[in-house]
Design a protein around this ligand. Structure first.
Ligand SMILES: Nc1nc2c(c(=O)[nH]1)N[C@H]1C(S)=C(S)[C@@H](COP(=O)(O)O)O[C@H]1N2
Ligand SMILES: [Mo]
Length: 156
């Protein structure tokens, strides 16, 4: 009886552990794709919180607070020399894709990789969120290019 019970308990533990998908984000440079250690993003010393107005289609604008790292600061931490590239393509889990020029990315306080919204870690698309990572362009007030669920950063 006790054996059966502990077997079930272990099975449940394994199943819940597996269903909790981990956040993934990769860089692509030439043929080389590399996963970013997401803890580097979550624990980045230059991560800041800033206010933003979210304009979802068909809804009233909502004032929110995002937390994230300026993209160029993250690239510095990852040791990526961006001077060799002219643009970046961002791919999202749902197939959405946006290209930004390196100039725009290097504008001060403009492009952020965010992971928290209103104090909560952003959920994935499957879990009904905008995350786990969302690119927020503070000088794009209509938010069309605020890529939700970014999963690939391709340097070109
Ligand atoms: N991954 C992803 N990001 C996206 C989109 C999308 O369809 N997929 N839509 C864009 C558009 S057009 C807008 S207005 C904003 C807000 O979209 P939402 O209203 O669907 O949240 O997200 C932008 N980023
Ligand atoms: Mo939109």
């Amino acid at each position: 009886m006790l054996k059966k019970f502990s077997f079930l308990l272990i099975l449940i533990l394994i199943l819940t552990a597996c269903s909790e998908e981990e956040a993934k984000l990769a860089t692509v440079i030439g043929d080389i794709e590399e996963n970013i250690d997401v803890e580097i993003i979550y624990n980045h010393s230059e991560a800041i919180t800033f206010p933003a107005v979210v304009r979802s289609s068909g809804k009233k604008p909502v004032e929110t607070e995002y937390k994230g790292v300026e993209l160029k600061a993250l690239f510095e931490t990852l040791g990526i020399d961006t001077s060799k590239f002219s643009r970046i393509t961002f791919n999202a889990y749902d197939g959405y894709r946006v290209i930004l020029s390196m100039e725009e990315i290097n504008e001060p306080s403009n492009v952020y990789l965010t992971f928290e919204r209103d104090g909560e870690i952003m959920k994935s698309k499957k879990e009904g969120g905008n995350g786990p990572f969302q690119l927020v362009i503070r000088r794009d007030p209509f938010s069309q290019r605020w890529i939700k669920h970014v999963d690939k950063i391709i340097f070109q």
